[in-house]
Design a protein around this ligand. Structure first.
Ligand SMILES: Cc1cc2nc3c(=O)[nH]c(=O)nc-3n(C[C@H](O)[C@H](O)[C@H](O)COP(=O)(O)OP(=O)(O)OC[C@H]3O[C@@H](n4cnc5c(N)ncnc54)[C@H](O)[C@@H]3O)c2cc1C
Length: 489
């Protein structure tokens, strides 16, 4: 008889873990509280508009290709992908820059700002390429359960080049003087939920992902990746139970025996928790079976939460890009308000995705689909309609000013999503959007472990455990935890 695995949650990590375990011959059932898979990457459909609710940047295409290849498939078997050019636009205080897909064109832009910087960029990127390759081959697929995992001769030889002990900020500033170049090279680590000064320079591998690997778009939106993984899972025989809210895990003799939902109970030989780690520990397990104390959790540095707005317009805009970063206000103040003072930001940076620029299936003809994201500190209270509207008016004004066209009078669809929704919809600890900040002290063996220390057959996957936040790491997380399960069961 096949061994039974229950996976809690059908986000990218839960889907990935489920597929790897089904491939290994297990009977896999995924329990998901929502009506559809995808978790933070769910889809919102309204008035003919189709919004990706969470992730919108598709980086590291090799990770997705590798994932599907593990099952003898290709990305193109499930969705079609195109590279965006320009990759994205940055609005500065008084003008903007389009970041081209071509490295030669990027070199010219850098050279214009800072003579000599194009040669430095080549050196910077060849270091970043080394880190990316070493990271992929030697680091991210480790379960992070013991330092011995990293006792690898090639890794130790390259340790100095991996720049684990210096900060991203220091690393970038060693090479470049111009503030715009610095900001372009420091921005990708914001995806990791920490400041460049607190992020190990190892993560300049993200610059390789950005500037060499490129920014891609799956037709239909990021949700096409969810659909692809869900289809693959069903092809492998994974069973899905949607609208199944898990309310407890029954443990006896240090083993999880049953997973309890609002409707029924499911027997399990092994459980993989793909929902928010803190929620599983603190809400689904009895106190005696928790690996970490509430005090320990309170000491963690969380990646930001965010305010999100899904906006449909009854007209097309001119001269806008698929991805736009608004770096038109001082970064430092906003960063302080996210990580240090942890208050509502006074003048936040924000990001806009306009998928309808590249895809005519996500908005009605002649209409535009806009997604606004304002990063804010995790754990903030009071994101009521009034506060959300106040922030929306402010960023809207800046958007209109920079793009030189009015949109307020063209809005025919509007939804918002805030910290309290992250808690309500995803049981997210402090309403975090991207999990834990990737600081050195919260990396690898210092992350919440992918195997429970108290319950032998309980494992974890997802953005709060190894390797960390983001869609590609979540895919990897599912594979890593499946391997751990198969080592012991
Ligand atoms: C706004 C936003 C923008 C982002 N942008 C990007 C981006 O551009 N590129 C990128 O790579 N990454 C991005 N990320 C990060 C990326 O989306 C996440 O790291 C990733 O989706 C996390 O996947 P996960 O499987 O770990 O968690 P989740 O997606 O949260 O999945 C957990 C699942 O568990 C379910 N669940 C929770 N509680 C229960 C319960 N009690 N019973 C049953 N099921 C339950 C949830 O409904 C959910 O489906 C973004 C995230 C957000 C929020």
């Amino acid at each position: 008889m096949k061994k039974k695995l229950i996976v809690i949650g059908s986000g990218f990590a839960g889907l990935s873990a489920a597929t790897f375990m089904a491939r290994a011959g297990w009977q896999v059932t995924v329990l998901e509280k929502h009506a559809t898979p995808g978790g933070r990457a769910r889809q919102l459909k309204e008035a003919g508009f189709v919004f990706d609710m969470g992730p919108s940047w598709y980086w590291m295409p090799d990770v997705f290709e590798r994932y599907f290849a593990s099952f003898g498939k290709k990305v193109s078997d499930y969705y079609s992908l195109s590279r965006l050019d320009p990759s994205y636009r940055i609005y500065w205080q008084n003008d903007h820059t389009d970041l081209p897909a071509s490295l030669d064109s990027l070199r010219s832009i850098f050279e214009n700002w800072e003579p000599g910087s194009s040669r430095k960029l080549d050196r910077f990127l060849s270091e970043a390429a080394f880190k990316y390759k070493a990271g992929m081959q030697k680091l991210v697929f480790k379960p992070g359960r013991s330092l011995l995992e990293f006792a690898d001769w090639d890794l130790l030889k390259g340790l100095f080049r991996l720049d684990v002990l210096s900060s991203m900020q220091h690393h970038v500033r060693k090479y470049f003087q111009h503030p715009r170049i610095r900001q372009i090279l420091e921005f990708p680590v914001l995806f990791l939920g920490a400041l460049p000064e607190n992020t190990p320079a190892l993560y300049s591998l993200m610059n390789y992902a950005d500037l060499v690997g490129g920014t891609w778009y799956p037709q239909g939106g990021i949700y096409s990746v969810v659909t692809g993984m869900h289809t693959l899972a069903e092809e492998l025989g994974v069973g899905f139970r949607f609208n199944e809210n898990v309310t407890g895990i029954a443990v006896s003799a240090s083993s999880a025996r049953r997973v309890i939902t609002e409707q029924q109970e499911y027997e399990a030989d092994v459980v993989i928790g793909g929902a928010d780690y803190h929620f599983i520990e603190n809400r689904l397990l009895p106190p005696s079976h928790r690996s970490y104390t509430e005090h320990w959790w309170q000491e963690r540095l969380m990646a930001p939460s965010c305010l999100l707005y899904y906006i449909g317009l009854n007209k097309k805009l001119h001269n806008i890009r698929h991805h736009s970063l608004f770096f038109d206000t001082p970064f430092h103040q906003h960063a302080q308000q996210i990580y240090t003072t942890r208050e509502w930001p006074s003048d936040p940076l924000f990001y806009v995705s306009a998928t309808s620029v590249s895809d005519n299936t996500v908005a009605p003809p002649g209409c535009e689909n806009l997604f606004f994201l304002v990063p804010v500190a995790a754990g903030l209270q009071g994101d009521d309609e009034h506060l959300r509207d106040r922030y929306f008016q402010r960023i809207l004004q800046r958007f209109e000013q920079h793009t030189g066209q009015s949109i307020a009078d063209a809005i025919i669809c509007k939804r918002s999503f805030g910290c309290s929704d992250f808690v309500h919809d995803y049981n997210s600890f402090k309403g975090n959007a991207y999990g834990l900040a990737n600081t050195l002290r919260q990396t690898a063996i210092w992350k919440p472990s992918c195997r429970s220390r108290k319950v032998k057959n309980l494992f974890y996957t997802g953005q709060l455990t190894v390797p960390g936040p983001g869609v590609p790491p979540s895919l990897i997380s599912g594979e890593v935890v499946a391997r751990e399960v198969l080592r012991y069961f």
